[in-house]
Design a protein around this ligand. Structure first.
Ligand code: FE2
Length: 170
C-alpha cells in the first residue's frame, strides 16, 4: 500500500500528463495552420509522449493495487500568439511539469517510499531532457526564425522527428 498523499499526487499527475498531451496537440494544430508542418510534427509526437507518460503513471498505480481516478482534462489555457511565443510557452510548461514531478518525489521521500522514488527517477531525468529540448527550440528560433530560408530548414529538421515508445517499461 502506498501513502495516501503520494497516491493522490500520482493520480493528479495522470491528469497533468493528459493535459500536457492536449496542450501540445493544440500547439501542433497551430503550427499546421501556420504552414510550419515540421513544428506541427514535432509537437504532435510530443503529445504522444505525454500520453505515454500518463499511461505509465496509471500502470504504476495499478501495479501497486491503487485505484485510478480520471478527472476532466482542462481546455488548453495558452494563447497561441506566434510561432516563437508558442515555443516559450512550451518551455514554461516543461518547467512547471518538472516542479510537479519534484513535488511528488518530495512527498515520497518524506514517507521513505523508495519504490515510488525509483519510479520517479526516470521522470526526473526525462524532465531534464524535455527542458533542454524546449530551451533548444527557443534558442534556435531566436537565431533562425526571422530568416525564411533558415526557418524552412529548421522546420524540415523538426519534421524528421519520429515517435519512439518510452524507454521505461513497467
Ligand atoms: Fe510528461
Amino acid at each position: 500500500m502506498l501513502d495516501k498523499k503520494v497516491v493522490e499526487l500520482l493520480n493528479q499527475q495522470v491528469n497533468k500528463e493528459f493535459y500536457s498531451a492536449y496542450l501540445y496537440l493544440d500547439f501542433s494544430n497551430f503550427y499546421y495552420d501556420e504552414g510550419l508542418e515540421g513544428f506541427g510534427n514535432w509537437y504532435k509526437i510530443q503529445a504522444q509522449e505525454e500520453r505515454d507518460h500518463a499511461m505509465l503513471f496509471i500502470q504504476y498505480l495499478q501495479n501497486n493495487g491503487e485505484k485510478v481516478t480520471l478527472e476532466a482534462i482542462d481546455k488548453p489555457a495558452v494563447t497561441l500568439e506566434s510561432a516563437k511565443a508558442v515555443l516559450a510557452e512550451g518551455l514554461k510548461h516543461e518547467q512547471y511539469v518538472t516542479s510537479l514531478i519534484h513535488n511528488i518525489y518530495d512527498a515520497a521521500y518524506s514517507v521513505k517510499d523508495f519504490r515510488t522514488m525509483q519510479f520517479l527517477d526516470w521522470f526526473v531525468k526525462e524532465q531534464g531532457e524535455e527542458e533542454t529540448n524546449a530551451e533548444g527550440l527557443v534558442k534556435k528560433f531566436e537565431l533562425f526564425g526571422d530568416d525564411p530560408k533558415s526557418l524552412y530548414m529548421l522546420d524540415n529538421e523538426l519534421g524528421a522527428r519520429v515517435y519512439s515508445a518510452p524507454s521505461l517499461v513497467l
